[in-house]
Every structure is written in C-alpha cells, then in structure tokens.
Design a binder for this molecule. Structure first.
Ligand SMILES: Cc1cc2nc3c(=O)[nH]c(=O)nc-3n(C[C@H](O)[C@H](O)[C@H](O)COP(=O)(O)OP(=O)(O)OC[C@H]3O[C@@H](n4cnc5c(N)ncnc54)[C@H](O)[C@@H]3O)c2cc1C
Length: 394
C-alpha cells in the first residue's frame, strides 16, 4: 500500500468523488481519496439529489445548466445508470414572492433555461388534485428531475480509480499534518500518508479537521429532516417534483408511489448540531407538521401512509453557497465545503472547478473567485437580485 500521494482528498461524498474524477482525468497525479465511512456516507447518501437549473444568481444558473448537461450526456452515452430521471419541477409562489418569481424566470430564460410560467388549469392537469387558492405564480422546469446520489458517487469514484486513484474507505483522517505551515500529509486510523496537496471536502466536518490548524470556516452543521409518505393509489400519478415556496415543503418522488417531503422553512434550518452526534430519525413534531403541509397542498395526502423519516446535515454558510478556496493559513491545503443543501446537482462542475484551482489551470468556464472565503469578511457574499421572501434558503 502506497503511503505517499501527490494529492489527498478527504471526503468521499459526491463532491470529493467528482474532484477525484476530474483531477485524475486531467493530471498524472497520484491521488488518494479517503472517507471514514463508505462512499457517500455523509449528506450525499441522504440527498434528495434533485437536478434543476432554476437559481437566483446567474453564475449559479450557468453552473447548474452545465451540470444538468453532464447528467444528460452521461445517461445518453454510458452504460452505468445514474438513474437521472426527468420528472419536471413545479414551483409554487404566493403574492409575497410573485414578482421575484417572474423576474427570476426571465433571468433564467435569458441564460437558456427551459422554464415557463404556468396557469392554474395547466398546473392542475400536470399535478392532478392540487390546492392552488393562495398561489399567484407557478413556474415549471420540464427538464428538472433527480438522480441516484450513491450511484453517482460510486460512478465518479470508479472513473477516478480507472485513472489510478486509490480509494480508502472506512479510514478516518484524524489530523492534517503540516511542516512549516505547509501540508505534508495526514494521520489516519490506519497510519500516516504523505502528500504535497490536500483537498478537504469533508462537508459539515470541515472545521473538525481545520481547528487544530488554527483555521475555521463559517460553515455550520445544520440538521434537516425528510418525511416519507407512501401515496395512496389515487395519487400514484404524482411524479413531478413540487416546491411549495409558501410553506418550505418540497416533494420528491423516486419513480415509485413514495414521496419524500423535505422541509426548508426558516424555522427548520436552525438546528445547529455536532455532525458526529445528531438525530438520524425524523422528529414526530416535524413529521406531523410537514405531513399537514402536504395535505394542505395535496388533500389526498390525508390517505397516505407515513413511513417515518430521517435526519441529515446541511453544511451551511452565511450566504447558503459553497466555499472553494485555498486555506488562508496552510500552504497546499484547499477547502471545498459549505454546499448548504444544494451541492449534489453542482458536483460535476465543482470537480472541474476545483481541478482548476489545484492545478492552476483554466479549463472550466466557471469562476472559482466568487466562492472565496474572503467574501464573508469583505461583504461580497453571493446575493440574489430578486430573493424569495418566504424561503431564504435558495
Ligand atoms: C436531506 C438532504 C436533501 C438534499 N437534497 C439535495 C437536492 O435535491 N439537490 C442537491 O443538489 N443537493 C441536495 N442536498 C445537498 C447535497 O446532498 C450535498 O450538498 C452534497 O451531497 C454534499 O456532498 P459533499 O461531498 O460535499 O459532502 P458529504 O456528502 O457530506 O461528504 C463529506 C464526506 O466526508 C467524510 N469525512 C468527514 N470527516 C472525515 C474524516 N475526518 N476522515 C475521513 N472522512 C471524513 C464523511 O464521511 C462524508 O462522506 C441535500 C442534502 C440533504 C441532507
């Protein structure tokens, strides 16, 4: 077993795997990817894994569009199925967000996104029985859908492996090792490994590895929850993703009569936890609140069977966007974290962007600079021209 790598990646979630794939395709570097669990055992394995282009910032729209194209190309040209399925995605807004929704749809369209404004009649034809009394604006992204987050992570890791990357799962990185303010390796549960460059893609755990080095990023581990509802036979047709901006609930199906209901209202994005010890099952209170939000929008959910739910983590930053940056303290260390609940779909593009950052190349058309950590200190966080008032997390 080699104990020396040119580049070590800490974290085998979808972003760590994507970075390994991109770097191994582009460079002859000897890469080691480490995860303390299995691949995708962090947020990735519990992700909704929805793929959409609608964003409120044009750079993010372009990133999401390129990522969606990557998933389309993969599905069309490769044998290994990432289970990318286009279901369409319906977004519901009440009066308070109506103007912003229209303006954001126009901006998205100008970037080439297939997005349209629907009337209520068409929406009811698409969704079946749905209560739209309080809804002012409905947007529809027909090309949006979801993929399988674990299959995607394994596929990326396999590509990296084909290009020589060594993967160490169930290997905990205990410490990043430095010499004269430069990285020189890692200490793990199975011993030490040397490297000239280290990419820390450990999601909500990022500060656990950084704090012994005197570094800390504005990344907060927030517990989020999902509820599983088995739809009754008269709702089996409901395949579309629906995002209810009035209540913070979103609905994601998986090709079976099962809907995952996620919760992103402001009050549900406040539970700061220790990523090593948080509630993995959904709380009863959360389940009843979101089941009743589901019934308010789709009355037939009253006939659903609840199959419980689960808890997971967002690695939140103050502007809900990731950090892709060199360490401010340690030479050779790169931090890629803070995906704030929307990092699955972006992962193919993140891999390319981080490969550029680490190799000093310029292949990606996307700019790493807007994701620098310094944006939080100098007040240049990533903003939306037309934010949604009812749902700050976008
Ligand atoms: C409920 C939920 C729904 C979501 N829905 C969507 C969605 O629909 N669309 C979307 O785009 N995004 C979604 N996301 C967000 C998306 O899943 C994440 O942004 C993405 O998976 C993050 O991937 P990552 O590789 O950056 O981090 P993670 O998947 O968290 O991976 C970090 C890895 O680092 C490892 N690690 C940590 N510390 C160490 C250590 N010391 N040693 C070794 N390994 C270590 C962990 O084991 C983990 O596997 C959702 C997230 C959640 C929780």
């Amino acid at each position: 077993m080699s104990s020396h790598f040119d580049i070590i990646i800490i974290g085998g979630g979808v972003n760590g795997a994507s970075i390994a794939m991109a770097l191994s395709q582009r460079s002859g570097a000897n890469i080691g990817l480490f995860d303390r669990g299995g691949l995708g055992s962090g947020a990735t394995g519990r992700s909704g894994a929805m793929i959409r282009e609608h964003y409120l910032n044009s750079e993010l729209v372009r990133m999401a569009s390129d990522a969606k194209k990557f998933f389309e190309d993969w599905q069309a040209n490769r044998d290994y199925d990432l289970k990318f399925r286009k279901t369409g995605r319906v977004l519901l807004f009440d009066q308070s967000d109506a103007d912003a929704a229209i303006k954001n749809a126009e901006m998205n369209k100008s970037e080439g996104v297939n997005i349209e404004v629907l009337d209520k009649k068409t929406t009811s034809e698409i969704l079946g029985e749905v209560c739209l009394d309080d809804i002012e604006v409905i947007l529809y992204e027909p090309d949006a859908g979801y993929a399988d987050s674990l299959r995607t992570t394994y596929a990326f890791a396999k590509e990296a492996q084909k290009n020589g990357t060594t993967i160490h799962t169930h290997t905990s990185v205990e410490r990043i090792l430095t010499k004269s303010d430069r990285v020189c390796g890692i200490d793990t549960s199975v011993g030490k490994f040397e490297a000239e460059k280290i990419i820390n893609v450990s999601g909500p755990w990022v500060n656990k590895l950084l704090s012994p080095l005197g570094e800390s990023l504005p990344v907060t581990p927030i517990r989020v929850q999902m509820v599983g509802l088995r739809r009754p036979p008269h709702m089996e047709h409901l395949e579309q993703i629906v995002v209810d901006h009035t209540s913070g609930a979103y609905f994601r199906t998986d090709g079976t009569p099962f809907t995952l209901v996620g919760g992103e209202s402001e009050e549900d994005l406040r539970e700061i936890v220790d990523p090593d010890s948080f509630g993995l099952n959904a709380d009863h209170d959360f389940i009843t609140r979101y089941w009743s939000r589901a019934i308010n929008r789709f009355p037939s959910f009253k006939d659903a069977t609840c199959r419980g739910g689960y808890g997971s983590l967002y690695d939140m930053t103050p502007d809900s966007n990731p950090i892709l940056d060199k360490s401010s303290k340690i030479e050779g260390l790169y931090n890629v974290t803070g995906f704030s609940g929307h990092g699955f779909k972006l992962s193919p593009v993140i891999g390319e962007m981080v490969a550029d950052m680490v190799m000093g190349t310029n292949h990606s058309r996307h700019d790493n600079n807007i994701f620098r950590e310094s944006r939080f200190a100098n007040g240049s966080g990533i903003t939306a021209k037309y934010p949604y008032l009812k749902r700050a997390h976008q």
